[in-house]
Design a protein around this ligand. Structure first.
Ligand SMILES: [Zn+2]
Length: 363
């Protein structure tokens, strides 16, 4: 999997990730397509926002419809009619957060499906196999998501287990042109554990490196401190992915610290609850002050919600629980995130990241 850095500004980089399903410009935000669909969006609409890489969730897809079934139907790209790149997570995060009766051992995680109670064993090898069956361009190594807060010794032991799993996942990965596997830095909120984890992953040698287990309540300053502890230990020439982040200002701050890739449910989930991210800050369309407002949601935005409709109409749809409200606000929010990352790429190329601003999204 090729990765080329085309411009630098301080610690930030603008790059190009070459996948089997096209090039992806970085910094990039990946819309979350949990169950092989970005909720409330057609694939054409997702692509129209500018997205060329989406995330799909291994945990959900292994349980329903099943990885072998997706493979038999031609793989995830064909199944969901998404011709661009796909990154799948390892399944670990959702096993920890959704599944019942989890037992973690050296071998992997045994758990019961939250859908029907069926028993499953997710190992580093099985996770890689599922992601190969799905046809992911980017595969993530299985890690244990350390709870937060946790005692330092417990965090260290969990991180070491994740590193042994990372080695097994790397070995299980089948090299194919345009496909890659990323390892995940763990270590909680402890800088020295983060650095040790990053160094261990680099010894194993991945195609890219993720920083996981953050944005779970530790606060932005700590998130950034953990990024700063991890990034110097990672190779300059490989992509870096901060998992589950975040708000626009988190993305700007992390890009300035050398992060290239992001994912978060925020723009899609909040789009379904009447929350919009605009150049003037976050807005709640449920608020009565929008009820008679004929102006667009964000006058500088190119999306259909902003070019075709008023705030009053979007307020009405949201209040009435209309499906179109979810569709339009999701489309808008994903456009906002795509335009934010495009503006970051331009600022890096122009060497003007220091005075970057994008409406409310200051670091
Ligand atoms: Zn818009």
């Amino acid at each position: 999997m090729g990765f080329e850095i085309v411009a630098r500004d301080g610690a930030a980089r603008a790059g190009r990730l070459a996948t089997a399903h096209g090039a992806v410009e970085t910094p990039v935000f990946m819309p979350v397509g949990t169950a092989a669909t970005v909720k409330a969006m057609t694939p054409e609409a997702v692509a129209a926002t500018g997205a060329r890489l989406v995330l799909a969730n291994t945990y959900h897809l292994m349980l329903r419809p099943g990885a072998e079934r997706v493979a038999a139907l031609g793989g995830l790209h064909r199944f969901m009619n998404w011709p661009h790149a796909v990154l799948t997570d390892s399944g670990g995060f959702q096993v920890m957060s959704l599944a019942g009766l989890r037992t973690i051992s050296e071998e992997g995680v045994a758990f019961r499906s939250h859908l029907d109670g069926s028993r499953h064993l997710l190992t580093p090898e099985r996770s890689v196999e599922i992601q190969r069956l799905l046809g992911a361009d980017v595969t993530m190594a299985l890690d244990e998501c350390t709870p937060y807060p946790a005692e330092r010794d417990a965090v260290a032991a969990s991180m070491e287990l994740s590193m042994r799993w990372a080695e097994r996942a790397r070995r299980a990965f089948t090299e194919r042109p345009g496909h890659g596997i990323f390892g995940i830095v763990q270590g909680g909120v402890h800088a020295e554990l983060r650095e040790r984890s990053a160094r261990r992953l680099v010894e194993i040698a991945f195609d890219g490196y993720a920083i996981g287990g953050l944005a779970i309540g530790e606060g932005q300053a700590t998130t950034f401190a953990m990024v700063e502890a991890s990034v110097p230990a990672l190779p300059e020439a490989r992509p870096r992915y901060l998992m589950g982040v975040g708000k626009p200002a988190d993305i700007v701050g992390a890009v300035k610290r050398g992060i290239d890739m992001f994912d978060c449910v925020l723009p899609t989930r909040s789009g379904r609850t009447g929350q919009a991210w605009t150049r003037a800050g976050a807005l709640n369309l449920r608020n009565a002050r929008h009820a008679e407002d004929p102006t667009p949601l964000d006058p500088e935005c190119r999306c259909p919600a902003c070019t075709g409709f008023s705030r009053a109409y979007l307020h009405h749809l949201t209040k009435a629980g209309e499906i179109l409200g979810s569709m339009l606000l999701t489309w808008h929010n994903l456009t906002y995130y795509a335009d934010l990352t495009a503006a970051l790429r331009s600022a890096i190329r122009a060497g003007r990241l220091a005075d970057f601003s994008f409406g409310g999204a200051a670091p």
